[in-house]
Design a protein. Sequence first.
Lengths: 263, 411
Amino acid sequence: MKESSVHENAKKYGMVINLDKCTGCGSCMVACMSENNIPFKADETNKLDSITWMRVYRLTNKEPFPKTEMCYLPRPCMHCGGKGDHGHSPCVSVCPATATDYDHKTGIVSQIYTRCFGCRYCMAACPYRARYFNWWDPVWPKEMESMLNPNVSPRMRGVVEKCSFCFHRYQLAMEKAYLEERRELEEHEYQTACTQACPSGAIVFGDLNNPSHKVHELKKHPNAFRLLERLQTNPKVYYISSREWVRRSGDNYLIGENKTSTK
Amino acid sequence: MIDAALIPKDVKRCSFPVFLLGISIVGAILIWGVYAMFLCWFKGLNQTNMNDSFGFALWIWADLAVIALGGGAFFSGFLKYILGKDELQSIINFAVLIGFICYSSALLILAIDIGQPLRGWFIFWHANVHSMLTEVAFCLSLYFCVLTIEVIPLVLENRKLDSVPFFHHLSHRMHEVMAIFAATGAFLSFFHQGSLGGVAGVLYGRPFGYREGIFIWPWTFFLFTWSAAACGPSFTLMLVKITEIISRKKLIKDNAVQLLAKISGWMLGTYMIAKIADTIYWAFKTAPSMGFRFMDFYTASPYHGLWIFILEICIGGLFPAYVFLTEKNRKTPWLLWSAVVCAVIGVSTNRWVMVLQVTAMPVLPFETWPLYIPSWQEVATTVLPVAYGIMTVALAHRYLPVFPHEKELNS
């Protein structure tokens, strides 16, 4: 059986982020950086060369006061299924050294740091700017080195990295399940660091294909949308917002075009 | 002269001290570039002003530009050895030499540009057959080998080397089978020029670069090959002219210039029709289907304004095509050489647009388009291949019979 057809029945891990609940506190970003040993510089003001696997954007409706509204939008890697959801994600299909791969068993797009040689073609391919290049060698303050996560390898200078949906947690959970002679995980057994850190419960994570997982129903919410759906990248991160302007901010539209007419 | 024994017979060259002075000036620039190159290798790409939005920057543009401009080698070789255009005998050695310089430069730039240069071989070892960049790497490396083989007979024709019977016969035999290498070169060039076009064309997450196409090849695949064949000869002609001005000699026959300009004209004219058709389809069909208007790509930043589109299509495409295709204009020197320069600018602009603009343009509506100014290390490493090229041409012109009709044209 072809891998792509297996994927229909396999797990497809994804997220649903309720933007009405997100306060923009940044806990998800901090948790992500801590969990995944993400290096940082003394001065992180230049966001064009700093690494944030999970990045919170601030959106506005561009209306003058008093009609001004704001919304915070957390953006991890979208783990795109690609056109037709066959696993040909924009980045996976272009990597010349097969250093990024699509796992058909989980739907997670991986990054093999020791194979990446830093051509940055995947970054060019990703419309979400979810991929980051290590412009510097990672250096942590001496006291922090003992606090690094032993389950996540730090990345060296000159390679690309990105959100992995905390894949090491999936591996640990599966190992535990195997020891208990199980092949399936409970929803709570595999959760990403950002999901657990979100104080308002805005981020929900699970198997989009599994009816017993919350995300299965949440993704069908009438106000659910995905970023840049028109490009057919098939992201696995869904957003929910009750505000029309926020939903429209998730994609590009021609003047006079409404969201429903483009589907 | 101290090096008189190495200089081809019956041609005039400047005195050795003057030559040495010229080489030293270029050599100083070369050393500056080499210093910057080592900085990038030892300290990393943080020496550049590239960032996560401008991950493809000055180098990659220079890389694609020199590959397109080096296209004069494969196209001239194709015309001379496969189609039998013997008028090009006058320029073929020089075209091959320029191709060799361009492709060796391109490989060097790639070696500097990747974040982990010691892992560069992974592209062959862990090759992803779906990636256009894999095709680029294989075809580029193989074509460089072909160009090296094509250059060897020219090097062996040096007066001193030619006096060794083995080298003399080797050179002679290699000339006899050169058509095979020219054909191989044309085949490989078609694919790597094309796959470089495909690099941007397959990016379906990047509306500015994405193009539909046929089977696995986006239209940019064919447009890149076409434009390299059309404009590469212009670069060869431009460098011949510069060499003629510096050496104060006539180096190639007028009929070779006219024939190459005329064929380039047909290639450029037909390329422009295809390019304009592609642009219209993309502007009215592809981009709107992704939620973009044509002007969205040209008004978001003055850095990438409409001027760049006019420069590429009108000044760098339609004007030289018109001049090359009309005999009267083609035979008017100032118009001919202006068209040659414009064609070089046109194809270089196209590569800038299709590499930098494609990846820098934000796709998320709430992202911004940052400004990028290269660091001195980037400038120095981009100047490095230019200095290397000047030095190689100077050495080749002095010691090798690059222009077979030089003696006849200057007697």
